[in-house]
Design a protein around this ligand. Structure first.
Ligand code: SF4
Length: 224
């Protein structure tokens, strides 16, 4: 778990947040062109997780207030918000302040991914009633199959919490999942993918690049 810290800016307390990255537009994690927000730090550590770069718990590095400020221009043009990680519920106070701040100025849908089962986070969810439209819960389990949209493995649950969530995401339950990935380049020159790849996608990409003489090293490779 990350240490809890608060800063006071302009006389108002704001949480500090450890963030992996923020990106717009993300098109592979929910309907439309979305703002993607990835928290840094996850203690769940599912074997086969494709986001191993978000596991380490860095020192909190920005305030939620500053993050909200940096999202401002995107909120007026995006179709939704997707929050993932890392594990958002391991920075609960920052998550709540972020959701409340987004809700103040944004009327689109908010989708949150968590590796915890819903039963484990009921108390936290009580504190954020109405702030999340759609929740995807549960750890990634490679042996559970992968046939459902927006889920890395079929044990994960898509929970529609509001009317807006039902309106925007109900169709996802019945649709054949279309696997697609967004590719983005970070300021550090590394390439990041957003979305849920099918099993073997990265192995196939790696093999194809190696045949062309290129190197492809994933965060998973670096850990092994
Ligand atoms: S909960 Fe999510 S980020 Fe954490 S290890 Fe599992 S799949 Fe990866």
């Amino acid at each position: 778990m990350l240490s809890k810290e608060k800063l006071t800016t302009a006389g108002k307390e704001t949480e500090v947040i450890s963030l992996s990255r923020v990106h717009f537009p993300v098109t592979a994690l929910g309907p439309g062109r979305r703002v993607g927000i990835w928290f840094q730090g996850c203690s769940i550590r599912c074997p086969g997780c494709i986001s191993a770069d978000t596991w380490a718990t860095h020192s909190p590095d920005m305030t939620v207030k500053n993050l909200l400020h940096s999202l401002g221009a995107w909120l007026s043009v995006c179709d939704g918000i997707t929050i993932s990680g890392g594990e958002p519920f391991e920075q609960l106070d920052a998550l709540i302040e972020l959701l409340e701040g987004i809700r103040e100025s944004y009327s689109g849908d908010i989708l949150v991914f968590t590796g915890y089962e819903k039963s484990k986070i009921e108390c936290s969810l009580d504190k954020m009633a109405g702030l999340i439209d759609v929740l995807v819960t549960g750890p990634y389990r490679a042996n559970e199959g992968q046939t459902k949209a927006l889920r890395g493995s079929d044990n994960q649950e898509l929970i529609l919490l509001t009317d807006l969530g039902r309106e925007r995401f109900e169709a996802f339950e019945d649709s054949t999942p279309i696997r697609k990935l967004d590719m983005m380049m970070g300021a550090d020159g590394q390439i990041y993918f957003a979305g849920i790849p099918a099993p073997g996608d990265f192995t196939a990409l790696k093999t194809a690049l190696q045949l062309d003489g290129d190197q492809f090293v994933t965060t998973e490779d670096r850990r092994s």
